[in-house]
Design a protein around this ligand. Structure first.
Ligand code: FEO
Length: 399
């Protein structure tokens, strides 16, 4: 018996993707709630599959398709995004389905050739594909999330297939956002944006403007990960995205640290006390016990990145180097920074951390604080005042 069923989501469109309940690390992004790889089957005159799934889920995709039609009846496959979580199974699916054509953007065509030695047809930006009784329009969305990315819009059913955009890593039995808890959606959407889309915020902004100008009527927004957004909920996710792209600073400091014998931890806590005392929010995250994807998620709605490390072998803790390398690549904007740390005899860590900040284009807002061995009461009071000063500097950048 076929246990994998397609899920009808509109008159002519079915969800035929896969649920990855087990994934806990998506190329370095912690995914404790798993993910989905969404694919959609349009039962138009020309039957069309939108996207495929990650390689290990090929049979799940095929089984869901088989639950409604013979896969050999598929005329077209459209690849909206070439990253392997959506194309890992594409070559095998093409062999099994033998579609008349496979379409991707111009960059998608190149990428699929490079990744899999696949020859596909390219579609022009804003061109249309005639499906007989329906029409699919294409819109290039470069760098959301790769240069090849595009949206596909099914005119007759007003469905926008948006690949990575508006998605989240969330495995669930429910297929629609309106069946899930709003706070959970917000959390996972924020986290996904911060970890995947953040560095491309300017391009997301342009795409949102472009889609706005096209006056597309959208009854359903179908990303390639997580739940599908239906009519009344679409403004919610669009509103979240309009906030994300601005990256406005918030009155919250993210304190990221590691500690060897507890001294830098004491400093972190006292700095947080000072920030909170001054009326701002603070969150304290120890690198070694916090996934790097949580750190960048917390930075999305914050105004300060405060980093602390003891000096170890004339350097910083490797856990700090890991998270700072990750944050740097995601290019968060509109933050102030500061550094702190304890030391025994040489004390290089604070200077190194300040250089990391500058490298991320986050100018240290105040001089870093370093303390020798175990901080006493006076030292911790100095840290508390440091926190008060950070809060004051942070408020200056709020708009
Ligand atoms: Fe879900 Fe950029 O791949």
């Amino acid at each position: 018996m076929n246990k994998f069923k397609a899920k009808q989501i509109s008159d002519k469109v079915y969800w035929v993707g896969a649920i990855d309940w087990d994934i806990r690390d998506f190329h370095g992004y912690g995914t404790p709630r798993g993910s989905t790889y969404n694919a959609f089957l349009i039962l138009a005159d020309k039957i069309t599959l939108i996207d495929t799934v990650k390689a290990p889920f090929e049979d799940e995709l095929m089984a869901r398709i088989k639950s409604i039609i013979d896969p050999a009846k598929i005329d077209y496959i459209v690849s909206n995004h070439s990253e392997p979580d959506h194309t890992g199974s594409l070559k095998n699916v093409i062999s099994r389905v033998k579609p008349k054509s496979v379409f991707a953007s111009k960059m998608g065509k190149k990428t699929l050739k490079s990744l899999y030695n696949l020859e596909v047809d390219s579609v022009e930006n804003k061109s249309a594909l005639d499906l007989g009784n329906m029409t699919l329009k294409f819109l290039e969305t470069r760098m959301i999330h790769w240069p090849d990315s595009m949206f596909s819009y099914l005119e007759e059913e007003k469905i926008l297939f948006s690949q990575d955009a508006f998605g989240m890593h969330l495995a669930s039995s429910e297929r629609f956002a309106d069946q899930l808890n709003r706070d959970l959606l917000r959390y996972e959407s924020d986290k996904y944006y911060a970890n995947i889309v953040l560095p491309f915020s300017n391009m997301v902004k342009r795409t949102l403007d472009q889609v706005g100008k096209m006056n597309l009527e959208i009854d359903m927004l179908c990303p390639d990960h997580g739940p599908i957004w239906r009519k009344n909920d679409i403004p919610i996710i669009l509103e979240w995205y309009s906030e994300y792209v601005e990256q406005k600073p918030f009155n919250k400091a993210v304190i990221v640290y590691d500690t060897m014998w507890g001294s830098t931890e004491k400093m972190a806590r006292s700095i947080a006390d000072g920030i909170i005392e001054a009326g701002s929010k603070a969150i304290v995250l120890r690198c070694r016990s916090t996934d790097r994807s949580i750190v960048i998620k917390e930075l999305l709605y914050s105004g300060a990145l405060i980093i602390g490390s003891p000096t170890i072998n004339n350097n910083i803790f490797p856990s700090l180097a890991d998270v700072l390398t990750y944050i740097k690549g995601l290019k968060p904007q509109n933050l102030i920074g500061a550094a702190f740390g304890s030391f025994g005899w040489s004390g290089e860590s604070v200077g190194i951390l300040e250089n990391y900040l500058r490298d991320m284009k986050i100018e240290p807002a105040i001089e870093g604080i370093k303390l020798n061995y175990i901080p006493g009461e006076k030292d911790l009071d100095q840290c508390r005042k440091f926190g008060v000063e950070i809060a004051s500097k942070m408020k200056e950048i709020l708009v």
